[in-house]
Design a protein. Structure first.
Length: 202
């Protein structure tokens, strides 16, 4: 429940201080919002390009698919991921992952006991796997930035459309009330002075 507005000089100062704080903080929020919007716009073509690369590489792999049913070797054995190397970056206050590389578990194999196509297939499949992981992290990064943009936009709207206008209205009402009180006090003082003068004149 909202605290009832008090009509005194202390309340007026508190309302003015709060408005000054919000008006100082609002441009910082607006700048952050613009930065996040810019980053999202810059990411869109990067994500689209990565999707195109995944599609093209997957199409190349499909030409090899008939070999993958070879009972002599299972390509999946060479695609076990040991770790995905990333580092953390900070974009407009948002902690996001940045893709570096995919490290695969090494599995030695005989060049003579395995089919001729295996080397190339491992290379292409690992490249496709790395591209997919990079795309996954890009989409995760985009989601994190969009979430932060949504929260920042909500805060901007809260400050611009609710808190600052409410404080302005409260200040206006308190000033009117204090002005009326001051006028009434001056009026009472005049009446009191007149009565004193009348009493003295008797």
């Amino acid at each position: 429940m909202a605290e009832k507005l008090k009509y005194n000089k202390t309340a007026l100062k508190a309302q003015r201080d709060a408005m000054a704080k919000y008006q100082k903080f609002l441009p910082i929020l607006q700048l952050k919002k613009m930065q996040l919007q810019l980053v999202i716009r810059q990411m869109e073509p990067v994500i689209e390009e990565k999707r195109r690369m995944v599609r093209e590489t997957a199409d190349r792999v499909s030409a090899w698919s008939r070999y993958f049913t070879d009972p002599a070797v299972d390509i999946k054995d060479f695609l076990d991921i040991e770790k995905i190397v990333t580092h953390r970056d900070n974009i407009a206050g948002v902690d996001v992952p940045e893709f570096k590389a995919v490290v695969f578990k090494e599995r030695p194999y005989s060049l003579f006991a395995t089919p001729f196509w295996l080397d190339t297939a491992i290379q292409v499949m690992r490249h496709l796997t790395a591209l997919r992981e990079e795309l996954r992290l890009l989409l995760q990064k985009e989601r994190l930035i969009q979430d932060e943009l949504r929260i920042t936009t909500q805060r901007c709207n809260l400050f611009e459309k609710k808190l600052i206008p409410e404080l302005k209205e409260n200040i206006r009402r308190i000033k009117i009330f204090l002005g009326d009180e001051e006028t009434a006090a001056v009026g009472r003082a005049k009446l009191a002075k007149e009565k004193i003068q009348q009493n003295e004149a008797r």
